[in-house]
Design a protein around this ligand. Structure first.
Ligand SMILES: C[S@@+](CC[C@H](N)C(=O)[O-])C[C@H]1O[C@@H](n2cnc3c(N)ncnc32)[C@H](O)[C@@H]1O
Length: 190
C-alpha cells in the first residue's frame, strides 16, 4: 500500500498538528495515554493527538448546530488511519460524563471562546475535576492575526477568551506561550 502523505488533510491540518506538537513537547505523555479533546469541530486536534499515539476521547454538545460542530471528522480520521484511536462522546464541557482524576491531559483547541460565557467557569472546573493529579489542562485561543482571518469568513466569530478569568481557585494562573496564530495557556493540577 502507498504510504499516506502526512499533508493529505491540507495546510490547516498541518498548522493544527504543529500546535499539538508544541503542547506535547512540554507534557511528555507516554503512548496510549488517555487524553480528552474538548470541542471536536473538524477533528483536527483530535486527529493530531491520535497521530502522536495517544488514546483520544473527543466531544461536543449533541444539540450544537452551529457553523463549527457536526463536522465529518470521522472520514478524515479514517483517511489518516487513526480512527481506532479516537472515541467520540457528546457532552457539554460544563458537565462532563467522566470520572474524577481520569485524564492525563485535557485540551481545549480553539474552543473556550465558543463556550457560552456563563458556561466557561463551570467548564474549567470540570476540566480540573477530571484531570489527574500531575496532569495538565491546555487551552489554545486565537491571536489577533488568526481572528482577522476568521472574521473574513465569519464576521460573528467571537473574540478570544482569557482562561484566567474563569479558572478554578485551586489552579495557579496559566503559563502562557504566545504563538503566531494560537496562544497556548497551560495549567498544572498539583
Ligand atoms: C472551532 S471548533 C474547535 C476546533 C476543533 N478543536 C478542531 O481541532 O478542529 C469549536 C468547537 O467547540 C464546541 N463547543 C461549543 N460549546 C461547547 C461546550 N459547551 N462544550 C463542549 N464543546 C463546545 C463546538 O461544538 C465545536 O465543536
Amino acid at each position: 500500500m502507498t504510504p499516506l502523505s502526512s499533508d493529505a488533510l491540507g495546510a490547516k491540518y498541518l498548522r493544527t498538528r504543529a500546535e499539538a506538537e508544541r503542547a506535547l513537547a512540554l507534557l511528555a505523555l507516554e503512548k496510549n495515554t488517555a487524553v480528552l479533546d474538548i470541542g471536536t469541530g473538524k477533528g483536527y486536534f483530535a486527529i493530531a493527538l491520535a497521530q502522536k499515539g495517544l488514546s483520544v476521547t473527543t466531544g461536543e454538545p449533541l444539540e450544537d448546530d452551529g457553523l463549527y460542530a457536526r463536522q465529518p471528522w470521522r472520514d478524515d480520521a479514517r483517511l489518516m488511519e487513526v480512527d481506532d484511536r479516537i472515541e467520540f462522546q457528546s457532552f457539554n464541557a460544563a458537565k462532563m460524563p467522566f470520572d474524577n482524576d481520569y485524564f492525563a491531559a485535557v485540551f481545549f483547541f480553539g474552543v473556550l471562546h465558543h463556550i457560552a460565557e456563563q458556561e466557561r467557569q463551570p467548564s474549567l472546573s470540570e476540566a480540573y475535576r477530571i484531570t489527574k493529579k500531575g496532569g495538565a489542562i491546555v487551552i489554545f485561543e486565537p491571536t489577533k492575526t488568526m481572528l482577522e482571518e476568521l472574521w473574513q469568513r465569519d464576521p460573528d466569530h467571537p473574540e478570544a477568551a482569557d482562561p484566567d478569568l474563569y479558572r478554578p481557585q485551586d489552579l495557579k494562573p496559566a503559563q502562557r506561550f504566545a504563538g503566531e496564530t494560537m496562544d497556548m495557556m497551560i495549567y498544572r493540577k498539583t
